[in-house]
Design a protein around this ligand. Structure first.
Ligand code: FRU
Length: 516
């Protein structure tokens, strides 16, 4: 069984048009939606390790920490359900919001959805910064979640629809790139604000989220909608003009015809939610569920949310903990660039497979090292030398994630669905991603307390499963025009049987040899 996941992309059309400055600019602005998500992912771990913050909102956690320092069980030092609820409440809100977002994205367009996300995030950040009690703090966080839900649902779809097929991967990864920049900015800001005298640094950390919110809100106000969405909402002339502008050529007949065909097919569907459950969409449904599930089961957010807490648990000092989080943040950004460069050249599968192998290797290394130094009782410490090696292992793991499951977790679901189920598919993707981000955020500290170093072996096991899954069940989608993606499914050894012949857009035109 050689290369089961591969299919030849030879039958799909290559449209006319070039990569215009217009498309690059619109995609850069849209990708800034990832900043919202990233900033939040990066900020909470640092804030929840700041004493004045804990003192104000979670005094019981502080008490527990000082008791734990006396009992020496490093694994359980930070285990508090209340504290993790603060971190993970956002993802619960985002989960609910993503369903509403997918309706808004389909009926009112991608742009309105992004705008709604920006505004909710803006209000949430202000509330967080001024919060005087835990109620306001959590309410603000729920609003941030609504913002993240809307942004994550609409931005990847927007990017994949705007982008020409040849660089769709790179442009879409702009979203994950913005996420990683947000995480890094948050790490640096926490590093600075933790040092502010007077104990109000955490407020600054939280309120600075208004910057990404303003970029996203103003940016999406200025952006045009995608030709696909304009057409879906019944304005063919406007859609054609937008397509000409985006592609920088008058000759967009072939692509426009594919869009028309896709819209026709989409019109036959009244309800994308029940529709996506039909057998003909089984491959997309399965992947829109499994990809985000697997992405979170890589265990990445253990490092992202709790890097400072994790490093502190392992005996790094306060400053060293925050600094280490910054270092892994820099690796995260740089490795995402590798993905931008290679995704349309080598394809999605190569990145998934290499990334999986590398993550597995380093998770085993991290688990083993912690096992050797802390054993099952959790009493032990790391020498300076050990700490540096551990940080190196963590960075190698983060890099592998950052050029594989990180960006591809958004790219692949946004490009594998035909128009009629694209919003629903992306809604499911975001919802599953959020549920598991929530669960991992919520249970990580107690998992660490109970499973100890075994936690890293647990995630390593999942990495094996997902890598084998990709090998057999994920077809290559690089350079395939988005509305012709069904042809890729049709040629797949396993999924092919689910795809109906009438769902193959662009094929007849290709057979007639008429590409423009
Ligand atoms: O860069 C790491 C981040 O990327 C995500 O997986 C989103 O794609 C987050 O869940 C994680 O914190």
């Amino acid at each position: 069984m050689e290369g089961e996941g591969f299919v030849a992309a030879s039958k799909v059309n290559i449209y006319e048009g070039r990569v215009t400055a217009f498309v690059i600019c619109t995609c850069l602005i849209a990708a800034s939606g990832g900043l919202l998500f990233g900033y939040d992912l990066g900020i909470s771990g640092g804030v929840t390790s700041m004493e004045p913050f804990l003192n104000k909102f979670f005094p019981s956690v502080l008490e527990q920490q000082s008791k734990a320092s006396q009992t020496e069980n490093q694994y359980c030092k930070f285990d508090s359900q209340l504290l993790t609820l603060f971190t993970s409440s956002l993802y619960l809100a985002a989960l609910v919001a993503s369903f509403f977002a997918s309706i808004v994205t389909r009926i009112f367009g991608r742009k309105i959805s992004m705008l709604a996300g920006g505004v909710a995030f803006l209000i949430g950040s202000i509330l967080n910064g001024v919060a005087m009690n835990i109620g306001v703090l959590i309410f603000g966080r729920l609003l941030l979640g609504v913002g993240v839900g809307f942004a994550n649902q609409s931005v990847p779809v927007y990017l994949s629809e705007m982008a020409p097929a040849s660089i769709r991967g790179a442009l879409n990864i702009g979203f994950q790139m913005a996420i990683t920049i947000g995480i890094l900015a948050a790490g640096l800001i926490n590093y600075g604000t933790a040092k502010i005298e007077g104990g109000w640094g955490w407020r600054l950390s939280l309120v600075l989220a208004v910057f990404p919110a303003v970029v996203m809100t103003a940016g999406s106000y200025l952006l045009p909608d995608t030709p696909n969405s304009i057409l879906e909402r019944g304005q063919p002339e406007k859609a054609r003009q937008m397509l000409q502008k985006v592609r920088g050529t008058q000759h967009v007949d072939a692509e426009f015809q594919d869009l028309l065909d896709a819209t026709e097919a989409a019109k036959k569907v009244d309800h994308p939610w029940t529709n996506i459950l039909q057998p003909r969409y089984r491959p997309q449904l399965v992947l829109c569920i499994l990809i985000p599930f697997f992405q979170q089961l890589t265990g990445i957010n253990v490092v992202m949310f709790y890097a400072p807490v994790l490093f502190k648990t392992l005996g790094f000092g306060d400053d060293a903990s925050l600094m280490s989080a910054v270092i892994s943040g820099i690796v995260n950004v740089l490795a995402t660039m590798v993905s931008i460069y290679s995704v349309d050249k080598f394809g999605r599968r190569v990145l998934f497979l290499e990334g999986g192998a590398q993550m597995f290797l380093f998770q085993i290394a991290i688990g083993t090292m912690i096992a050797v130094r802390f054993g099952v009782n959790g009493d032990g410490e790391l020498s300076r030398w050990d700490a540096n090696i551990l940080l190196l292992f963590i960075c190698a793991y983060v890099a592998a994630f950052a050029w594989s499951w990180g960006p591809l977790g958004w790219l692949v679901p946004s490009e594998i669905c035909p128009l009629e189920i694209r919003s629903a598919g992306q809604g499911i993707n975001v919802a599953i991603n959020m549920i598991f981000t929530f669960i991992i955020g919520q249970v990580f500290l107690s998992m660490l307390c109970h499973m100890k170093f075994g936690l890293f072996f647990f995630f390593a096991g999942f990495v094996v499963i997902m890598t084998v899954f990709v090998y057999y069940f994920l077809p290559e989608t690089k350079n395939v025009p988005i509305e012709e993606i069904n042809q890729v499914w049709k040629q797949h050894w396993f999924w092919g049987k689910y795809i109906l012949d009438e769902a193959l857009i662009g094929l007849s035109r290709h057979d007639e040899g008429r590409d423009t």
